[in-house]
Design a protein around this ligand. Structure first.
Ligand code: NAP
Ligand code: MG
Length: 402
């Protein structure tokens, strides 16, 4: 059988620990036998980031801007223990943060649904994708513990020296105050990334904020989304048969719980932080959650939502059996290669991705799964498989349906 040929490379960002082990197995068992893989390889393993003074992370992000599609393995964000463990020159920044800043992107997280792993919300029959704005608000706030009586004001001083001043509160006792900001440019990028992604997925897009109460701050999000939608995306949305709509965040929450799923939910930074944990746990497992970073210009970086599964890796190093779930990492690869296929018009790549995802889910539906899923499945007789055994089962299923 001849292998599927690619015309443009994808950017491959290798990573750390157990997910690095799975990464190689996925390539060997599921990808390389079928695809003549063209990838520009960047080793984002912590050791190599340290050796290159983290240059490799920046280079991989720039390559992503060049080629348009990347796939990333989970990576360690070093803390003090890691600095000792890996004898690092310094506590390097989170690669995801660095890449997100360079791509100016928004992260979309979508659960992978499969029979036997049922969402806790009965009505959810399709996945809900959460888009979190990842800049500003309470994450870049300034806070003051007010010691006693006094006047709190908010002041903006323009370049020309002109002041805008408002009273926050006249305190006659101790309390607290907080200052937050966001930037039009960041909200615009967020909006464009959301509209682009909704079009690429052909799913409707919701935005919820609290603009009845926050008439300037939250309203600005609504207005920017409205403007960009009207000016740049409305015609394309209509052509694709999808809609964009704004609703109050509390109404959005109520609708989400009663919905069938199948839409993209754009959230401000804090709402996205909270709601993504709620949505992902209600769908089942972090190991079944995909994540894609989309730039406002339509550049895509696919990864799993979970980390490097450190505990399993230490077992693996000791030669003990592991049962680590590779599904989100497989779907990062299928997502990236399908996108490459769509952009380059290579039908074979898209078909491979569809079939590989189907084979993966069929194995789980047949009752064969990793330990994390065996614990939560509604299947009465699950077979708990090791990491490699499970990948072999997927390879077998794929080959059987070739
Ligand atoms: P983690 O790797 O997500 O794992 C936390 C726990 O969740 C695991 O111990 C395991 O539970 C379970 N789990 C996660 N993924 C699983 C999978 N695929 N299969 C089976 N079980 C899975 O988070 P962490 O241990 O807090 O972080 C480890 C490293 O990952 C850290 O250095 C962190 O910086 C990094 N990290 C990277 C990313 C990223 O690159 N996107 C994201 C998050 C964290 P049990 O032990 O109970 O089996
Ligand atoms: Mg959180």
């Amino acid at each position: 059988m001849s292998k599927i040929q690619m015309t443009t490379p994808i950017v491959e960002m290798d990573g750390d620990e157990m997910t690095r082990v799975l990464w190689q197995m996925i390539k060997d068992k599921l990808i390389l036998p079928y695809i003549d893989l063209k990838s520009e390889y960047y080793d984002l393993g912590l050791k190599h980031r340290d050796e290159t003074d983290d240059r490799v992370t920046v280079d991989s992000a720039n390559a992503t801007l060049k080629y348009g599609v990347a796939v990333k393995c989970a990576t360690i964000t070093p803390n003090d223990e890691r600095v000792t463990e890996y004898n690092l020159k310094k506590k390097w920044k989170s690669p995801n943060g660095t890449i997100r800043a360079i791509l100016d992107g928004t992260v979309f997280r979508t659960p992978i649904m499969v029979k036997g792993i049922e969402p806790n919300v009965r009505t959810w029959t399709e996945p809900i994708t959460l888009a979190r704005h990842a800049y500003g608000d309470v994450y870049k706030n300034v806070e003051i513990r007010v010691p006693g009586a006094g006047k709190a004001e908010i002041v903006f001083t323009g370049k020309d020296g002109k002041e805008i001043r408002e009273t926050i509160f006249d305190f006659d006792e101790p309390g607290i105050i907080q200052g937050m900001h966001n930037k039009d440019s960041s909200i615009k990028s967020f909006a464009r990334a959301c509209f682009k992604y909704a079009l690429s997925e052909k799913k409707e897009l919701w935005l919820g904020t609290k603009d009845t109460i926050s008439k300037t701050y939250d309203r600005r999000f609504r207005d920017i989304f409205d403007e960009i939608y009207e000016e740049e995306f409305k015609a394309e949305f209509e052509k694709a048969g999808i809609i964009y709509f704004y609703t109050l965040i509390d109404d959005a929450v109520a609708r989400v719980m009663k919905s069938k799923g199948g839409f993209i939910w754009a959230c401000k930074n804090y709402d996205g932080d909270v709601m993504s944990d709620m949505v992902s746990s209600a769908f089942g497992s972090l190991a079944m959650m995909t994540s894609v970073l989309v730039s406002p210009t339509g550049v895509y970086e696919y990864e799993a939502a979970h980390g490097t599964v450190q505990k399993h890796y230490y077992k693996y190093l000791k030669g003990e059996p592991t049962s680590t779930n590779p599904v989100a990492t497989i779907f990062a690869w299928t997502g990236a290669l399908r996108k490459r296929g769509e952009i380059d018009n290579i039908q074979g790549l898209c078909e491979w991705a569809d079939r590989m995802e189907k084979a993966t889910l069929s194995v789980i539906e047949s009752g064969r799964m990793t330990g994390d899923l065996a614990l939560i499945t509604t299947n009465p007789n699950p077979v708990r498989m090791g990491s490699e055994e499970f990948l072999d089962a997927i390879a077998g299923e794929f080959a059987a349906n070739a």
